[in-house]
Write a protein that binds this ligand. Structure first.
Ligand SMILES: Cc1cc2nc3c(=O)[nH]c(=O)nc-3n(C[C@H](O)[C@H](O)[C@H](O)COP(=O)(O)O)c2cc1C
Length: 226
């Protein structure tokens, strides 16, 4: 069997939004983290903290958050804005396109607000993945360290992909940041940023057939050559 190159893995990784209940062992998760920890960070600060929920702990969290959503579906416990308040183009269109494509794959029409909400709530079940990871940073850190955390997250996703596992990064968890932080017993000075679902992809699920697009290099890179 041909070994996957970095290019293969980068292009194969997608946000998986339907998982099988095939278990992932603690050793496998530790192993992925053990490799991903070689991600770079400015000054080698390694500012990240990762909390893993699996087994009964994962199920308990999903239940607690599920109850909280039933009680108050629109509660917002975020301390950070996932997107700027007025998203302009080209970013606005990209976001819109992704949403529309995803709901089209799922067969949920725009008017079906309840259907879309219910689908969004699958985030809070890790899309059925058996493992959830949470990423947080000490509150004293600024933009630089947030970028470093991203390097770790992408590294985890790529190592998982290499091992035949799938991931979905999930900023959506920030809407339940207080509940999750309390569950994880995060120290007060630790700010929750993002979740990540980890498990085996349900390759038959329509939503996993979605392939998001990317702008060509000319749109985001400038070359000054003389
Ligand atoms: C930091 C981060 C947070 C994300 N949060 C969510 C999320 O909460 N729910 C979700 O379904 N997708 C989430 N995504 C997935 C993005 O929508 C996805 O990465 C993007 O559309 C590109 O598609 P791809 O990952 O399949 O290549 C997130 C991605 C990143 C990088």
């Amino acid at each position: 069997m041909r070994t996957m190159t970095v290019e293969d893995i980068l292009k194969a990784r997608i946000s998986t939004r339907a998982f099988l209940d095939t278990p992932v062992s603690e050793d496998e998760v530790r192993d992925i983290l053990d490799i991903a920890r070689w991600a770079p960070s400015g000054g080698n600060l390694q500012p990240w903290r990762v909390d893993v929920v699996m087994g009964p702990a994962r199920d308990r969290l999903v239940e607690i958050v599920g109850k909280a959503i039933t009680e108050d579906p629109s509660a917002d416990e975020s301390e950070i804005d996932i997107y700027p308040p007025k998203l302009e183009d080209p970013w606005r269109t990209r976001r819109y396109q992704l949403g529309e494509e995803m709901y089209e794959f799922l067969g949920i029409a725009r008017e079906n607000k309840m259907g879309r909400l219910a689908r969004f709530a699958k985030n809070y079940e890790f899309f059925d993945a058996p493992v959830g990871l949470f990423f947080s940073l000490n509150r004293r850190f600024d933009k630089g360290q947030w970028a470093h955390l991203g390097m770790l997250m992408q590294s985890i996703a790529l190592v998982a992909e290499e091992r035949g596992l799938a991931t979905c990064m999930q900023e959506s968890w920030t809407a339940r940041a207080k509940t999750v932080s309390a569950f994880l017993r995060l120290p007060e000075n630790q700010q929750l940023y993002c979740g990540m679902a980890l498990g085996y992809a349900d390759k038959t699920a329509a939503v996993n057939k979605l392939r998001s697009s990317r702008a060509p290099v000319e749109e985001f890179a400038t070359f000054l050559t003389d």
